[in-house]
Design a protein around this ligand. Structure first.
Ligand SMILES: CC(C)(COP(=O)(O)OP(=O)(O)OC[C@H]1O[C@@H](n2cnc3c(N)ncnc32)[C@H](O)[C@@H]1OP(=O)(O)O)[C@@H](O)C(=O)NCCC(=O)NCCS
Length: 160
């Protein structure tokens, strides 16, 4: 299945998909957030992936990686996560970060290790999830993960 870059027309359906996956939906239409979706034969979203870059483009907050429940545990999640890592690296980032309270083992097999959530917030202060979690007080309950992006390969999405 092909990944397509999310446009304004996709945002409402993506919001519903991420809501079902219990992921945050803040900033889906922000210019700093790059997202892709995969759709099934009926046109419904079956997977999503993306990231938000820091102002200096050195850091990427991986976000919105989700697979429709019937399609899980078949490798799609790893493929979608790797795509976001490659795109973030192609966009100039040398380190990826993310928040995940429930899917630590999934991220660990992708090379992520536990990170300091305050350090994440200090390198990506304007990221929508960071702002949301800071305002709501949820930041201190979040679990942060990080990995270097050396060695990650990918062609930049033509829409940059
Ligand atoms: C996390 C998620 C994207 C994984 O997608 P997936 O398609 O099931 O992942 P994969 O099939 O590529 O998983 C590969 C490996 O990751 C590990 N893994 C995947 N989901 C896991 C889970 N929930 N708990 C522990 N390990 C998990 C397993 O080792 C798995 O290999 P296995 O099936 O051979 O044991 C999916 O469960 C999901 O959409 N969850 C809800 C949204 C979410 O939490 N996203 C992450 C935060 S951004």
């Amino acid at each position: 299945m092909a990944l397509t870059r999310v446009s304004a027309d996709d945002v409402e359906a993506l919001q519903a998909f991420l809501h079902e996956a219990d992921l945050t939906v803040a900033g889906l239409d922000a210019p700093t957030v790059r997202l892709w979706v995969e759709r099934g034969e009926d046109g419904a979203i079956v997977g999503s992936t993306g990231f938000e870059l820091s102002a200096d483009h050195r850091h990427a907050l991986i976000r919105s990686v989700a697979v429709a429940p019937p399609l899980r545990r078949a490798g799609a999640g790893v493929r979608l996560a790797r795509y976001a890592l490659a795109q973030a690296h192609a966009a100039g980032a040398d380190r990826a970060w993310l928040f995940s309270r429930r899917s630590g083992p999934f991220w660990q097999q992708l090379g992520f290790t536990p990170a300091d959530r305050d350090e994440l917030a200090s390198v990506l202060p304007l990221a929508h999830q960071v702002r949301l979690f800071t305002v709501s007080g949820q930041l201190e309950r979040e679990v942060a993960w990080s990995r270097a992006l050396d060695g990650v390969r990918g062609q930049p999405d033509r829409r940059g």
